[in-house]
Design a protein around this ligand. Structure first.
Ligand SMILES: Nc1ncnc2c1ncn2[C@@H]1O[C@H](COP(=O)(O)OP(=O)(O)O)[C@@H](O)[C@H]1O
Ligand SMILES: [Mg+2]
Length: 304
């Protein structure tokens, strides 16, 4: 099967042919494809992990089933942020010690976390049978969630971006620092020229006011409109909040510990916007296609 999606060609063998136990699956019409949202940035340390964790928490509070993929290969610290100590990760699935469902851990609220920072790169060494069986397991897991958030690494190398462009939505995080803004621009440029991405969304983190968030979006959007063929949409901002730093040190989520704090308010707004994202088109946001793409072209083939 070949599917043309967003200028990306995804080729999978017939979906049913590699799915063991097809009978115990829901019939196709009842499957609700998970929304796949990748949170990324040009520069590191801009708040991606905090955004993913708090956004995920707010979404799960709103009744959504949320799975977070910790995919920051370099500096995966989602587990530390949440005060969790996962005993297993994707590498244990690869060695056959565990099933995917056994490594998923529960975070605050109903949040589910797939610790994958270790193991993703090794996927490239699997035989095609092993890949198919892994795809099947991942697909089954995603069948059980509404929103799938990816905490990705920063930067513009292909092993980072191939991952992001497979998602249905790309959200770029930026802070008011000039270096963060120029790196975000560089990221959008690569997304547009190399990956032919047509849209991306922007979160401005650590702002002094909502007005500052809008202003940074306005400036970046002006340059993007002039020089890039990518459409930017404003997704919202999160205020600079000293309480967030305090809770990070205590390994607690500010959204849970202090829902009235300014940053928590921002995360709540981001959750509202995430729930209002357009539903996936038939060929996009399908978890199976997502994983298929990743395995074939993406991060898991470990190019850089
Ligand atoms: N809204 C915010 N207010 C205050 N500090 C923040 C905020 N967002 C992030 N930070 C600070 O930035 C640090 C890095 O955030 P993190 O989410 O780990 O970034 P990334 O995942 O992009 O590397 C946090 O530990 C915290 O100290
Ligand atoms: Mg991070």
């Amino acid at each position: 099967m070949t599917i043309q999606s967003n200028d990306k060609v995804i080729t999978l063998s017939s979906r049913k042919s590699f799915r063991p136990g097809t009978r115990d699956r829901l019939p196709e019409p009842e499957r609700r494809p998970a929304r796949i949202v990748s949170i990324t940035s040009g520069k590191g340390g801009v708040g991606k992990t905090n955004i993913v964790a708090n956004l995920g928490y707010q979404l799960s509070r709103a009744g959504k089933r949320v799975l977070i993929l910790d995919a920051d290969l370099g500096l995966g610290n989602l587990d530390i942020l949440l005060g969790l100590a996962p005993r297993h990760n994707l590498s244990h699935v690869l060695t056959g010690e565990k099933h995917i469902r056994d490594i998923v851990i529960q975070g605050p609220g109903q949040l589910q976390i797939l610790p994958a920072a270790s193991g993703i790169q090794e996927l490239t060494h699997l035989t095609s049978d092993q890949k198919m069986s892994m795809l099947y397991e991942l697909d089954r897991l995603l069948d059980t969630v509404d929103i799938f958030l990816i905490d990705s690494a920063a930067g513009i190398s292909s092993n980072v971006l191939d991952f992001s462009v497979s998602a249905q939505e790309i959200v770029v995080v930026v802070t008011p620092e000039p270096t963060s803004i120029t790196d975000a621009y560089a990221l959008m440029k690569v997304l547009s020229t190399k990956y032919a991405e047509k849209t991306c969304r922007l979160i401005v983190n650590q702002v002094a006011s909502e007005q500052e968030g809008r202003e940074i979006f306005r400036q970046l959007n002006l340059v993007a409109q002039k020089f890039l063929a990518i459409k930017m949409e404003y997704f919202g901002c999160v205020l600079q909040d000293a309480n967030l730093v305090r809770y990070v040190k205590q390994q607690r989520l500010i959204s849970q510990a202090d829902p009235e704090s300014p940053a928590s308010y921002g995360f709540k707004n981001l959750a509202r916007r995430t729930m209002a994202l357009p539903t996936a088109k038939a060929s996009q946001g399908d978890p199976l296609l997502f994983w298929g793409h990743i395995f074939q072209n993406g991060a898991m083939s470990h190019k850089s």
